[in-house]
Design a binder for this molecule. Structure first.
Ligand code: 5AD
Ligand code: SF4
Length: 479
């Protein structure tokens, strides 16, 4: 899962200010308004799965004559795909709704919809208090959008937040909204059965279900045929992917799915996220080793380095188990980079237990981490069972220590790459200069290098690394 990629919009009052903070404006460059069609404008918050869901939504809306637009003021339908993972994510969405209210005041015909994880949690409140919201649609109810939008157009206030045990949207071909034409995400499963005690996802996204493998492979093949060169297989816990053909009994686990996807073409890179330490098998590691085009990068969130806290978090592994998984990675994939998610200040965490988190970071030598202070989420196991008893300033101080250590580890990790040559898939111009390209190596490190005559995004180049920061490798094309 991913993370608050979006700006907070503290103090936004006008539409122009809003535009500056809008993800859509930054990342959906190619769309303009098409005369004669209705238009929807969508913003997505939170994890990559949400961004991927927005592409499903775009496809469903396309079937009823809605085209995407990046011009919020000219849209007929404004949608916000929401995240509940931490309180801050929810606050960001509330601020955005205030902005949409300004637009609705100018053009009362515009409909506003709240999609995704906050929908289920807050449906009553949205409809009762937030008078501007016309639609509330949960993550498993997007097929109902045509019906719900129809009702909203007739003045209704529509809601469908039913969660499903089956829905995978396998037959819906996503509209790639913010595409660079080179890399794309494919959802291979939905929901989560893990019940980590801090996490709201099992409640907002429902039970885990896996998508039929051949539809995943067909989607990846289609992307490759269209010129894409990298797919990332997405799930809350990809290692528990499982599928069985009810008629033939044929089975596939995640390693099988990886293998099938990697066989599409050696020039199609395959990535995946997120792995769970309790489920990540050596079979997956051996499958990664067997295919050059499966990227040697694993996002393996540890959350905490202390066994008592891991137990309270209901992660179902302990410190030793995690360290054993790291050793397996090093044995089977000596070149792999590993990254993590870390939470500081979980309920009852002592200073010594926090030190265990710092020491497991040093042990694991993460190339990078996503780091968070614990944020109690209503309805979760932790909220029901434990007091959120670590003061905010202590959580923040521990978080800063974790961030400082990670910066050092990232820099050290990257400095070890100076002098090495990597195969890099060119993605786009570097954000700093259009004289440079950027793209990632197999270990998911962003490499920046001067452009060379004839090269373009979607091509592989060999880049020799000359310098490094904690976030980026800087190099030159060789060979
Ligand atoms: N508080 C802080 N961080 C959280 N995460 C999930 N729930 C919470 C919470 N309540 C973090 C975990 C997870 C990542 C996606 O978000 O580290 O792996
Ligand atoms: Fe949340 Fe745990 Fe599931 Fe990840 S594995 S989505 S942290 S419950």
């Amino acid at each position: 899962m991913l993370y608050d990629t979006n700006p907070t919009l503290e103090g936004v009052k006008t539409i122009d200010e809003a535009k500056q903070g809008s993800v859509f404006f930054k990342e959906f460059p190619a769309m303009g308004n098409t005369p004669g069609l209705k238009h929807f404008y969508i913003e997505s918050y939170g994890c990559q799965m949400n961004f991927s869901d927005s592409e499903i939504v775009a496809s469903i809306l396309g079937d009823i004559g809605y085209a995407p637009t990046r011009i919020m003021e000219e849209s007929d339908l404004i949608l916000v795909n929401t995240c509940s993972i931490r309180e801050k994510a929810e606050e960001t969405v509330r601020k955005r709704l205030k902005v949409f209210e300004l637009i609705k005041r100018e053009r009362p015909g515009v409909k506003v919809g709240v999609l995704g994880c906050m929908a289920e949690r807050l449906k009553k409140k949205w409809l009762e208090e937030e008078k501007l919201v016309d639609l509330v649609v949960g993550p498993d109810a997007y097929r109902d959008l045509p019906n719900l939008i129809g009702g909203a157009e007739e003045g209704g206030r529509m809601v469908n937040v039913l969660l499903s045990r089956e829905e995978t949207y396998a037959d819906i071909s996503p509209v790639r909204l913010d595409s660079n034409g080179v890399t794309a995400f494919i959802s291979i499963m939905r929901g989560c059965d893990n019940m980590c005690s801090f996490c709201v996802v099992p409640f907002t996204r429902g039970r885990e279900r896996s998508r039929e493998p051949f539809s995943v492979v067909a989607e990846a093949q289609d992307l490759f045929d269209k010129g894409y060169r990298e797919v990332t297989l997405l799930g809350q816990n990809v290692d528990s992917y499982k599928w069985e053909n009810p008629e033939s009994g044929e089975k596939a686990d995640f390693a099988d799915l990886l293998d099938m996807t990697a066989r599409i073409h050696p020039d199609l890179r395959v990535r995946f996220s997120t792995s769970h330490p309790k489920d990540m098998t050596d079979k997956v590691l051996h499958t990664m080793a067997a295919h050059e085009n499966i990227c040697k990068y694993i996002h393996l969130p540890v959350q905490s380095g202390n066994s008592r806290i891991l137990d309270l978090m209901n992660r179902t592994y302990d410190r030793d188990w995690y360290m054993d998984r790291m050793r397996s990675i090093w044995n089977i994939l000596p070149d792999a980079a590993v990254s993590s998610d870390i939470i500081t200040g979980f309920c009852t965490e002592t200073e010594e237990e926090h030190q265990d988190t710092l020491s497991i970071m040093e042990f694991s030598k993460y190339s990078m981490s996503y780091m968070f202070a614990y944020s109690e989420r209503p309805g979760t196991l932790a909220a029901r069972k434990f007091a959120d008893d670590i003061p905010e300033d202590v959580k923040k101080r521990r978080l800063n220590e974790v961030i400082r250590l990670q910066n050092t580890l990232s820099l050290q990790h990257n400095q070890k790459d100076i002098g090495k040559t990597f195969k890099v898939l060119i993605e786009r111009d570097s954000s700093r200069s259009d004289k440079d390209f950027c793209g990632r190596n197999s270990q998911n490190k962003m490499c920046v290098f001067p452009k060379k005559e004839g090269l373009k995004p979607g091509e592989y180049v060999l880049v020799q690394i000359k310098d490094a920061t904690s976030a980026t490798l800087l190099g030159e094309v060789v060979g």
